[in-house]
Design a protein around this ligand. Structure first.
Ligand SMILES: [Zn+2]
Length: 426
């Protein structure tokens, strides 16, 4: 079997453009999204990449290619089986936008050829160093070509890696009609980083029965679990007046917020937890005499754990309220998304097929719960089961982001094996 696989690979024609070239081309297009916008996409510039991808999909033989009014690119890659209806339509999704946290303008991709180990200092800012200590995965990249930004911007590996890999898969399939696969649904989405793009996703029009987001990091990392997430807003209502005549009248809401903050348990914060341990995270607020507000993230893999965190925040309101009764404190908690495992446990073949595909690509697949959400979490609860696959990249959302030639190529190869496995197993 192994011999057959390697023969098939050696006979395989390469894509018209290598995954790395395609990736470097896409990262140059600024697609940074922006928080708190009323439109989708949140920034018009994301359409530059959307329109380019639509054009390229068409030239790669994809059908029904369209860019929706919200800037979502949809396409269908026809299957090449005698009877495509016997194989489920598998969807592949990646997001086009990059994080609002760091600029994505004028990204200058630097290729560190034939990496020989050691820390990587980014050329335009010597304080930006990708260290082996913080990135042990570097040890596995010896001899590889590593791609980084120049130290002044993010790279946009998140998620132009996923975009480039899906496009290279389509390119490779077109070059190699001997690779048998069912019909594939493709989507590239805006505004993943600000959490709003997926709200506009047309699950029915997409046409897939199951799907994968290609938005993970280290080679082999597959995720079918995400946080269950809520956001709390605590409002501290005081009373403002002219400070010169405030005696006995002014109630300064800031002190209540300060007291409330002092009650956060230190062992339940993002900076003190990892793995499967959840947290509460005060992340933004407005501080003012009259009205102060505090926004808090609640995260846990289990619903019971999330409920306990919500109870804690409510109990803290009571505590501060007892101490400073003149300030009126209210708390409002909203559901953001749920752990997709609650649904995906009923679709074990999705994870199993992905693990098998990674193995066929010569990788050691492993499951990793995501300490975050993915567009797939939302889609999963809308009836489209969608785990997340690796892209080979690392250090997402910062100036130290990277990927590598092998990372991009092995991720692409995994996708190609994956569509074959679905065809074989149906
Ligand atoms: Zn991403």
């Amino acid at each position: 079997m192994l011999i057959v696989v390697s023969q098939a690979q050696s006979e395989r024609k390469p894509p018209t453009e290598p995954a790395m070239d395609r990736f470097v081309r896409y990262v140059k297009i600024d697609t940074q999204s922006q928080e708190d916008q009323t439109t989708t996409p949140s920034t018009r510039k994301q359409l530059n990449l959307a329109n380019l991808l639509a054009k390229e999909l068409t030239s790669l033989g994809a059908q029904n290619v369209r860019v929706s009014e919200f800037g979502i690119v949809y396409a269908m890659v026809p299957g090449n089986l005698a009877d495509n209806s016997k194989v489920p339509v598998v969807g592949f999704i990646a997001h086009m936008d990059t994080s609002p946290a760091v600029s994505g303008e004028n990204v200058n991709a630097v290729i560190h050829k034939n990496y020989q180990g050691g820390d990587i200092t980014l050329p335009k800012d010597p304080t930006q160093v990708i260290t082996v200590e913080k990135n042990p995965v570097l040890k596995e990249l010896i001899g590889d070509d590593i791609i980084t930004a120049d130290g002044t911007t993010l790279l946009g590996s998140d998620d132009k890696s996923g975009v480039a890999e899906i496009m290279t898969m389509i390119d490779t399939l077109r070059q190699n009609p001997q690779i048998k696969h069912g019909t594939l649904a493709i989507a590239f989405t805006p505004d993943e980083e600000v959490g709003t793009g997926i709200e506009k996703f047309d699950v029915k029009g997409f046409g897939a029965k199951v799907a994968y987001t290609v938005d993970g990091e280290e080679l082999g990392e597959i995720s079918d679990e995400t946080w269950s997430a809520r956001t709390a807003t605590v409002t501290f209502q005081g009373k403002s007046t002219h400070p010169g005549t405030a005696k006995g009248i002014m109630v300064n809401a800031m002190y209540a917020m300060g007291d409330y903050l002092s009650h956060f348990p230190h062992d339940m914060l993002p900076e003190t937890t990892e793995g499967r341990v959840g947290f509460v995270h005060p992340y933004a607020g407005v501080i003012d005499v009259e009205t102060s507000t505090l926004k808090i993230l609640l995260r846990d893999f289990d619903m019971s754990g999330l409920d306990a965190k919500e109870k804690l925040l409510r109990d803290m309101v009571t505590q501060t309220g007892d101490k400073l009764p003149q300030v009126k404190i209210t708390i409002d908690v909203k559901e953001n998304y749920k752990n997709m495992k609650e649904v995906l446990k009923n679709f074990p073949e999705l994870t199993n097929n992905a693990m098998e595909a990674a193995r066929r690509a010569g990788l050691k697949p492993f499951l990793k719960p995501i300490r975050g959400g993915t567009d797939g979490s939302r889609l999963t609860f809308q009836g489209l089961p969608t785990p997340n696959l690796f892209t080979g990249g690392g250090n997402f959302h910062g100036k130290l982001e990277f990927n590598s030639r092998r990372g991009l190529e092995k991720s692409t190869e995994t996708l190609i094996h994956l569509v074959q496995i679905f065809a074989e197993k149906s």
